[in-house]
Design a protein around this ligand. Sequence first.
Ligand code: HEC
Ligand code: HEC
Ligand code: HEC
Ligand code: HEC
Ligand code: HEC
Ligand code: HEC
Ligand code: HEC
Ligand code: HEC
Length: 496
Amino acid sequence: MFKRLLLQLCALIVAGGMSATTLANVPAPPVNQNIGIPDGVFNDLVRENCWYCHIPVRLTPDDLDDIGWTFAPPEVKPGVITDRHHFRVGTVIQDPTDSPFGVPGENYQCLDCHIVEYNEDVGYFEIVDNFTNCLNCHQQIPGQASVHHLTAPAQALNCMHCHGARIDNPGDGHYIPIGRTPTLVTPRTSSGKGPNGEGACDFCHNEGTDDVTGRFIPTNDINHHSTGIGQPGISDLDCTICHDQMNTDWAIRRCQDCHGIKSIHNIQFDSNDDGVVTVGGEEPFFGHVGSSPQDCHGCHGGYLSASGMPAPFSGPIVPEILGLSKQRVTAGSAETITVSGQALTNEVLSFMGTMVLKSRVSLTELDGTTVELTPETVSPSEMEVTLPADLSPGNYYLRAVKGVDTISNPMTLLVGPQVTIDTVSADGSSFTITGGGFGAYLNAADSGTSVTIATTACSVDSWSDSEIVANCGTTACGSLEVESIFGSASKEVSCN
Ligand code: HEC
Ligand code: HEC
Ligand code: HEC
Ligand code: HEC
Ligand code: HEC
Ligand code: HEC
Ligand code: HEC
Ligand code: HEC
């Protein structure tokens, strides 16, 4: 399984730069893999597979070569994984938590995740390597449930948290024609009633080998069931999340809890590589609303006389974020970053002429508080946005938002506190250092937290985010440096 996945992922990377028009699954099935998360099974991963999408700072692209990977930006790249953990230091431990030693409600300290042991041979504490295997703390159920789908948002059916508006959330009030009796126009989940089998999801989304990557794409039931959502013995969620009237014309209604008209009619890729997604003006089989009537017929069975007709709710094509020019910034100063992506703007052909819809940027804190920012420039593939100076330190989910609430996938933005030394006062050999952004201290070799004067280490007596007391000896002077989990700062201690 590991080998196969690696091969598949490598193929995906190698082909990543290829233009969509040179090779594509047209006509489907399987469908192209240009949008979002590759369709597949992810519940049997080993840590190297996690690294593919989440890259720890201690690994460089060269390290990934060492483990047999050809490195290139993957399709989903949350990135900066070490910092994402470390920026939790000083924040409240959530409930439930994957922290091996942390108590929900208390604030994160180093030892809530790390273990240190005294090494008698060298005479100091060392950090035990419990932290490089993601699966020591984040659980999957091999063959049954993936890490991501055991998280709190997934179990709370907040699928949009990670999948964005490519889907809707069950129960969020989006329109579903519940009362309307299904007709020949109503899509079926499978076995469409059109002359060539049109009129169902699996007319296009079915198993087969992806032309571009050579990856095998499984069927829709495998892709959904392998997440573990609604599978027996995992949680209170059951089959009825997705099935209530299986094998009937009504079956699609339950799917619409997540695949409502609102999301379904806004999934589209730029087929002709002209840089712009044009609703109604793309080649068929690159999404749902590119070409009318061909795309429409795939779901509506050829029974909707759709030629040239706009699909209801279509317009704000779901944007997707692929990367940030800078994923880590420092609080206290405004900074302009570039957000790259797909369909950050799109065109809609209407009776009034061509309309351009543009994304905004939203930042959501871990507690759910959200602010929206208006970017300075927006093109279909890039936005420039200035982050305000007054963002408080922490991890933020950055998303593109179009129309009222068409959100993209999230990418994490890390706002680090500024590490500053205000005062240093010495009383004999005891130095009191005040300032900010010191985080927490871990007394172990190479812990990344230390106080030194003229490169000689001091022993730490106490350490809080704003004050450190350290013993540096009575003759210490020169450049005093504090190295904290968030960065470092220094100040001259005069020799008198
Ligand atoms: C195919 C790419 C991919 C792979 C492989 C992958 N992840 Fe993720 N992961 C994501 C994306 C996308 C998100 C959602 C966006 C984000 O939080 O960055 C995410 C989010 C997470 C989250 C945060 C959940 C939350 O509450 O926000 C955890 C924890 C996580 N992944 C752990 C893992 C572990 C452990 C592995 C290996 C078993 C792994 N991931 C493999 C893409 C991937
Ligand atoms: C020693 C335990 C531990 C290990 C090992 C670990 N994590 Fe985590 N991770 C946590 C904890 C604790 C959190 C905070 C969320 C929580 O309380 O459940 C977290 C959070 C995350 C998040 C969300 C962070 C955010 O705020 O944006 C991601 C993504 C993630 N982990 C991925 C990984 C990946 C990938 C690996 C392997 C490279 C990994 N973790 C290794 C304990 C661990
Ligand atoms: C929420 C869990 C969490 C907390 C809290 C935490 N760490 Fe970590 N730390 C990790 C994870 C996960 C990694 C490893 C990611 C990777 O490289 O695979 C890591 C890696 C490290 C490393 C090795 C990094 C490298 O580049 O080699 C050091 C050193 C470290 N942590 C020190 C600390 C210190 C000091 C603190 C407290 C100030 C701390 N950590 C708090 C989760 C945590
Ligand atoms: C924490 C982020 C996160 C949340 C929340 C989440 N997913 Fe996912 N989902 C992912 C990631 C990352 C992948 C790819 C790796 C994997 O499957 O673990 C994925 C893959 C999938 C796939 C298979 C890939 C495909 O395109 O066919 C399906 C189906 C899916 N998720 C359904 C759901 C459903 C249903 C929910 C809500 C109940 C949900 N997800 C919530 C992150 C998430
Ligand atoms: C006319 C062919 C066609 C039909 C029929 C069809 N789709 Fe799609 N769908 C596509 C294409 C093409 C994409 C873009 C895939 C890509 O490039 O990643 C897509 C993408 C999606 C996505 C975005 C996530 C992803 O995996 O790429 C979802 C969700 C989706 N379709 C759901 C459905 C559902 C639900 C049905 C049945 C009601 C359906 N589709 C029927 C062609 C079709
Ligand atoms: C997250 C959504 C989801 C959940 C939960 C879910 N399924 Fe499915 N299931 C699907 C999808 C999508 C298909 C494909 C639909 C189709 O092609 O008609 C499917 C197809 C099926 C099929 C017919 C395909 C086949 O295997 O031949 C059966 C039987 C089935 N599911 C049983 C179950 C059972 C039993 C449960 C609960 C243990 C369950 N499903 C839970 C999404 C789900
Ligand atoms: C609880 C939410 C939920 C329900 C209910 C649900 N799906 Fe999905 N579905 C998802 C998510 C999430 C994805 C992955 C979207 C992405 O790639 O980001 C997905 C993807 C798809 C895709 C695109 C192909 C793929 O694998 O990515 C199809 C087709 C699809 N679903 C069909 C169905 C059908 C048919 C049903 C009803 C039997 C159904 N879904 C029920 C959440 C759901
Ligand atoms: C991926 C599948 C899919 C594609 C492709 C698609 N639709 Fe739909 N559409 C749906 C679903 C599902 C519904 C809800 C039908 C129902 O429940 O009866 C719907 C409903 C509609 C409705 C009725 C809306 C209402 O108020 O109930 C119209 C009109 C429509 N679609 C037009 C179009 C046109 C025009 C296109 C092509 C540009 C198109 N659709 C492409 C899935 C799709």
